[in-house]
Design a protein around this ligand. Structure first.
Ligand code: AMP
Length: 421
């Protein structure tokens, strides 16, 4: 497999899939450029190595070409970080894009317009009426497959080599994230961001230093079942916080969880998970005490109470001080920590203490114990960034869904396509 560090880019045109799906405000200004900054080392590597780049990405979920999803809005931010001006192809297909790509000179960078202006990128037929028959659906799908092949062929024809640096979309088997790789048998590779993400995840899942502790939080256990199951074989302890914890507390017989969020249809599953943990010797930690509130509101009245003695009508909104102290002891003994999901309703400041405290503990474990700390998932990453702690943990993942699927043990299509010959 080719490595970006040793590949000779001299005179080569590299087509690079990045994840520039960044948030824009009403004036189409980028409000968080993390994803752009994350891809810059890869883009610069090609340019400094004597090559040229064709940058491709999606932005948002357009159903057709739409100004608000145009990548032209983010050109100034890319130029600022890349330190060079960009050429822009206002359509990623067609003769203009083709000409621009073919005429690229070493050191030049071309940005293609949003790939998802074409349904072919995702490969799903668009605009089918609701009452379409199964037969018609089948025909539309087959037609789309043909069109997608042409789409991939044209993208691939722009370049001599392919780099995938879009971890955020690595779990999608799309034209630009997976299918295009087949056109570059020995000239395809991961970019630095992808390499970093894979290395960090492998450090946790494949050869971690023990004890390994996973902290899982968030709203629903149902969305993280596969992750919990796969992690059972990897971790020594698991801390389950957030609303997810109440499903377990109720499953253990704790009936007084008040109006806390709880998935009653997942109680059996919670019991199965607890049994499995016992079989495998994985210690589970839930909430001892909680910060309870009398409404799901920032100005609600609050009280600290045991997680199984929440007054009627009140709900557990954050981990209480005893829970945090107990978790801290487990975490400060760990050599590897994986964190996904907030342990409270951190969007409301009165209930963000637990999530912020986890961030502080992870920073302390990293600095004091040489613990490898990996944080992933939109909300946990937002919490780490809110506190300015991104540099105080070992690795902050850029992929939400992609990271979760990796943690489920799935080989992501974007990774597989680069690895397979
Ligand atoms: P998820 O997408 O499953 O990771 O869930 C993230 C969401 O879980 C965030 O929006 C949090 O506000 C929410 N959350 C965390 N703890 C609680 C809780 N105790 N009650 C309700 N929502 C929670």
């Amino acid at each position: 497999m080719q490595q970006i560090d040793s590949y000779n880019f001299t005179g080569k045109r590299a087509i690079v899939r990045v994840d520039f799906n960044v948030p824009l405000n009403a004036n189409f200004e980028v409000t968080d450029d993390t994803r752009i900054r994350a891809a810059i080392p890869t883009l610069k590597k090609v340019l400094m190595g004597g090559g040229s780049i064709i940058i491709m990405s999606h932005l948002g979920r357009p159903k057709a070409a739409e100004n608000k999803y145009s990548l032209k809005h983010i050109i100034p931010v890319i130029e600022k970080h890349l330190g060079t001006s960009l050429l822009f192809a206002p359509d990623c297909m067609g003769p203009q894009a083709e000409d621009m790509a073919k005429n690229l000179q070493p050191g030049q960078a071309l940005l293609l317009e949003n790939l998802r202006f074409y349904a072919e990128e995702e490969g799903k037929p668009r605009g089918l009426p609701d009452d379409v028959s199964d037969e018609e659906k089948k025909v539309a799908k087959a037609l789309m497959k043909e069109k997608q092949k042409l789409f991939v062929d044209q993208l691939a024809s722009y370049a001599d080599c392919y780099i995938n640096d879009a971890f955020g979309t690595a779990h999608r088997a799309h034209a630009s994230t997976a299918m295009i790789a087949k056109h570059f048998s020995n000239d395809k590779m991961f970019g630095y961001l992808m390499e970093g993400e894979i290395k960090a995840l492998e450090q946790v899942l494949q050869n971690p230093q023990h004890p390994v502790v996973a902290i899982l939080g968030g709203a629903k256990i149902s969305s993280k079942i596969a992750v919990v199951e796969n992690l059972m074989d990897k971790v020594d302890s698991m801390i389950i916080g957030g609303a997810m914890a109440f499903t377990f507390i109720k499953a253990m017989g704790g009936t007084s969880i008040g109006a806390s969020l709880c998935e009653d249809d997942q109680l059996d599953l919670a019991r199965t998970i607890m049994n499995k943990a016992q079989e495998k010797g994985v210690e589970l930690f839930f909430l001892g005490d909680v910060v309870a509130a009398d409404a799901f509101a920032i100005d609600a009245n609050t009280q600290i109470c045991p997680s199984d003695q929440i007054p009627e009508g009140w709900m557990g909104m954050d981990a209480g001080p005893d829970s945090l102290r107990a978790w801290e002891m487990v975490l400060m003994d760990a050599k590897t920590i994986l964190w996904n999901g907030p342990v409270g309703v951190f969007e409301m400041l009165p209930f963000a203490k637990g999530t912020h405290r986890i961030t502080e503990i992870l920073a302390a474990a990293t600095a004091q114990n040489g613990c490898f700390t990996l944080v992933g998932g939109g909300d946990s990453v937002a919490a780490v960034n809110q506190m300015g702690y991104a540099n105080k943990v070992s690795y902050v993942s850029t992929g939400g869904g992609a990271m979760l699927e990796y943690l489920e043990g799935i080989e992501l299509p974007g990774i597989k396509a680069i690895r397979e010959q």
